[in-house]
Design a protein around this ligand. Structure first.
Ligand SMILES: [Zn+2]
Length: 741
């Protein structure tokens, strides 16, 4: 028995059904093309490319990064693509000085080094490896007492305040996790800290999670997570050229005027380097959920550990090389369907990003093969391999900023990938594409369980449901739920700046480990622990290949506004509920303060500072938002009827209908962007200002409520309602085009 019996009940074939956006005749043709596509995917090819591309460290600006870009371009050319390398000049600081030492109560100089391992063939390429550091930390030489701040998110500082601990003038040590890393130095600086260390605690990322490398896949005591700490929720890309491409002639900011470089020096360290520092802390014992898995009692400090950190960077411009490859379409060549994955890594980067990239290469070669046999996609297909993603989506952002006007005219979809692992479909993106992705997920088969990836994901979600109600909801689900996209990879400039419908596709959940952004993310690690057979690499290519081919060949763009309308209805319920919950919580907290409950319950031998009372939460006026989502639902239902008729009767109007569909999607952006961050124009999805990668849906409203900015909340409810009304009106116009009126 390979599968659980109840899966048979869950499975129902929809194979006879037409594909979204296709007539019955073109569905049959498309399925035949996809069969040929699948047949030309080869696992050994993925393995060979992975070995070649990860053979040496290939970070932004390095020799091997250039060699890889040229190698990728030569591959795309050999498969028949019109290929160019587009180069931008971007700011990339690398360390000149990295010193961290504990001065008292004992002396300890941090090693700041990841040693080579005999079991890992590329780990000894020391002269080419970037040292462990956080990109866009400011220079700084500071000495102070140390404070442990848990994950270093805003709630952690509220907790510290209750214990009477202030970080003003101190150096903080935070553990990785629970937020994007750039949030930690940002929040630390807002609270007056002068320096920030970030370490990987073995509870989250190390021996508590599983056996460590090289015995197992998890992070060993010397492993360090590199990564960018630029304030990406403000804007990603080259810090010197916000909003415009970093071409040779671009006007650049003075470095002292750049808002996205950290205000205080920050450095990542391993848990073997963190242990002596944390062990030397005294002061209150850390709350129980702040304790990691090091063999110590976790204290908050401040001190007596006194730490000196000195960081100095070489602030140079380096070339970022994007590889762009085009296959022109036949009758709708002016509509582009785009695929992308980055090619740069922190070090050798076998998993991140090369696993995703070799699957993209397999997809591109198979499509090139089809084209050589005389087949043409209806729409133009564009493949991209981005540079400088790791430092802050540099290559993709500069490319989108340079080409945004033509992208708004031509680009109908951007599909991103990055690392993948074995496991379950991991799909996020624009909610007009849920039905489209659901069909793809029903049509590709999981190599481990021999059921569709749709069924495998559903089984996973059923087993992980937390309540009976949730379990029932998943069991009855007939469509994939796309995750809303925050940030963390190259879809961000496409979706959140240019407003292009976008997807992020991968597999995850099995074959996890702790090689992320270390020298141990290598070919050896990947082929031992991540996807030894490359079966999931082939599955990844089949999945994204279907997305590209179907979007390129459909008779009409397969956009479905009814799922977007339902999703926006849910989001608007969520923000209403959020305000309600905060009102109750505030009333309760103020009552406890009034009655001195916290103070009376507290242990008098330990420091306790009662928090300040909060202003009560007023009632907000959500009527305009509720009316707009109701209007949208009507428009979406009306359009769906017109679309179904047009699909089989309106072939000559196809391009005009596509154009109207695209215009509708673009109307979800505002030129002014979000409050205080104009680069982020999408009004439905954004990375959180205080969560980083984590998404905030209806961000302008949600974050105003979370920040207790009631006036702005009321203003933004009206603004977003107007955007949704505009979206509904654009869908109404598309319906008129579809009906041919
Ligand atoms: Zn990546």
């Amino acid at each position: 028995m390979r599968s659980l019996p109840f899966l048979l009940l869950l499975t129902f074939s929809s194979f006879a059904q037409d594909l979204p956006g296709f007539t019955p005749l073109s569905t049959a043709k498309e399925r035949a093309v996809e069969q040929k596509f699948d047949a030309s995917l080869r696992r050994d090819e993925l393995r060979d490319w992975l070995r070649r591309l990860s053979a040496r460290p290939h970070h932004l600006g390095s020799n091997y990064d250039r060699e890889n870009a040229e190698f990728l371009a030569s591959l795309f050319k050999s498969w028949g693509y019109e290929t160019t390398i587009e180069t931008f000049d971007v700011l990339f600081p690398v360390p000149k000085t990295r010193v961290v030492e504990m001065l008292s109560p004992e002396k300890y100089t941090l090693k700041l080094a990841e040693p080579p391992l005999s079991q890992d063939a590329t780990s000894g390429q020391t002269s080419e490896q970037l040292p462990s550091f956080n990109a866009y930390s400011t220079d700084g030489d500071v000495t102070s007492e140390l404070v442990y701040v848990n994950y270093g998110i805003p709630a952690d500082y509220e907790e510290l305040a209750k214990h009477g601990v202030d970080v003003k003038g101190k150096i903080v040590i935070a553990r990785y996790g629970n937020s994007w890393r750039g949030i930690k130095p940002k929040v630390a600086a807002e609270h007056g800290a002068v320096g920030c260390l970030i370490y990987s605690d073995p509870r989250d990322d190390g021996y508590f999670a599983g056996d460590v490398y090289p015995n197992g896949p998890f992070r060993n005591e010397s492993g360090v997570q590199r990564g960018s700490v630029a304030d990406m929720p403000l804007y990603p890309g080259d810090p010197l050229t916000p909003g415009v491409g970093a071409t040779a002639e671009a006007k650049r900011l003075d470095r002292k005027d750049v808002q996205t470089i950290t205000k205080i020096p920050v450095l990542p360290i391993s848990y073997s380097d963190a242990l002596p520092l944390l062990r030397a802390l005294a002061g209150p014992v850390a709350p129980s959920d702040w304790r990691g898995a090091l063999p110590i009692t976790y204290h908050l400090g401040p001190g007596p550990a006194r730490v000196h950190m000195n960081l100095e960077f070489d602030w140079k411009l380096v070339p970022a090389r994007d590889v762009i490859a085009r296959l022109p379409g036949s009758d709708r060549a002016s509509e582009w369907v785009m695929r992308g994955n980055h090619h740069d890594a922190w070090v050798n980067g076998a998993m991140d990003p090369l696993s995703g990239l070799v699957a993209e290469l397999a997809e591109a070669r198979a499509i090139g093969e089809l084209a050589k046999s005389g087949w043409r996609p209806r729409r133009t297909i564009v493949f991209a391999a981005w540079d400088g993603e790791e430092e802050g989506l540099l290559g993709s952002t500069e490319w989108v900023e340079t080409h945004q006007e033509e992208l708004k005219k031509h680009l109908v979809l951007y599909t991103n990938s990055d690392s993948y692992a074995r496991g379950f479909l991991d799909a996020g993106g624009s909610h007009t594409l849920e039905r489209f992705i659901t069909q793809v997920a029903r049509d590709v088969v999981d190599p481990e369980k021999n059921v569709s990836v749709f069924d495998r994901l559903r089984a996973h979600d059923v087993m992980n449901a937390k309540t009976a109600e949730e379990r029932k909801e998943v069991l009855e689900r007939t469509a994939i739920r796309l995750d809303a996209l925050g940030s963390g990879s190259d879809y961000t400039p496409f979706l959140q700046h240019a407003g292009i419908p976008s997807l992020s596709m991968g597999y995850s959940g099995e074959g996890e480990g702790g090689s992320y952004h270390s020298i141990y993310d290598s070919f050896d690690h990947f082929t031992r622990f991540r996807d030894p057979s490359f079966d999931y690499g082939v599955l990844q290519a089949k999945t994204t290949g279907r997305i590209t081919l179907r979007m390129a060949n459909a008779d009409l763009l397969p956009f479905d506004f009814t799922t977007m309308a339902a999703t926006l209805g849910r989001y608007s319920e969520e923000v209403i509920h959020l305000a309600e919950t905060m009102r109750k919580a505030t009333d309760e907290k103020n009552r406890l303060l009034n009655e001195r409950v916290m103070e009376i319950a507290a242990d008098p031998t330990k420091p306790f500072v009662a928090p300040a009372a909060e202003t009560p939460v007023p009632f907000l006026d959500f009527a305009s938002l509720q009316n707009a989502t109701a209007h949208l639902k009507k428009s979406a239902d009306e359009f769906a009827k017109a679309y179904a008729v047009a699909l089989n009767t309106a072939a000559p109007r196809g391009a005009a209908i596509d154009e109207a569909l695209m215009q509708a999607e673009l109307s979800l952006t505002r030129g002014e962007g979000l409050p205080r961050r104009p680069w982020y124009r999408h009004q439905i999805y954004a990375p959180g200002f205080y969560t980083g990668y984590g998404v905030k849906t209806l961000p302008a409203i949600r974050e105003a409520i979370e920040q207790r900015n009631w006036r702005e909340a009321n203003e933004q409810i009206a603004v977003v309602a107007k955007v949704i009304d505009g979206y509904a009106a654009a869908i109404d116009r598309a319906a008129i085009v579809a009906k041919g009126e």
